[in-house]
Write a protein that binds this ligand. Structure first.
Ligand SMILES: [Zn+2]
Length: 155
């Protein structure tokens, strides 16, 4: 009996219609790729122009996709005001008009190299940590320009 009830409960949960929502947020920031344990030559050979010591900037475009069951009362999969305040704190305030290597401790030289891939993963994890249940981050894409973007998603 208990098993049947549990099975019914699961069936009800999985039958709840869900949807995803994508919010775009932009920020301008400087960075460079550098491994302090490597020689200048090895950094230049591996990272090319991205290793130039005096940094360079991008106008980043970041798409954050979250999903959740559609609330039958509000029609929301996630409360947009809540998502926006999380993105303001975790993305805009942290990265906009910053030097990522110097201003964001997780990307200091010797820690995470500030590639699009690492930025997407980092933003994914920071937003997920603050997003109220049952909404989940599905995907984060960070674009450096029109020709290059990196996506992190959880399988
Ligand atoms: Zn760059």
């Amino acid at each position: 009996m208990q098993g049947e009830a549990a099975a019914l409960g699961i069936a009800q949960i999985t039958a709840m219609p869900s949807a995803s929502l994508t919010r775009r947020i932009s920020f301008s920031a400087a960075h460079r790729y550098s491994r302090p344990d490597w020689s200048a030559e090895k950094n230049a050979a591996t990272f090319g122009a991205c290793a130039w010591p005096n940094y360079h900037g991008h106008s980043y475009v970041c798409d954050v996709t979250v999903s959740g069951p559609i609330d039958p009362i509000t029609g929301f999969a996630v409360d947009l005001g809540t998502l926006d305040s999380i993105l303001q704190k975790q993305v805009k305030a942290r990265f906009d008009h910053r030097n990522i290597n110097q201003d964001v401790p997780e990307f200091a030289d010797g820690k995470l190299v500030p590639t699009g891939e690492n930025l997407a993963r980092f933003i994914f994890e920071q937003v997920q940590r603050e997003l109220p249940n049952p909404a989940k981050v599905v995907r984060v894409t960070v674009g450096e320009d029109d020709s290059l973007s990196a996506t992190y998603s959880r399988e």
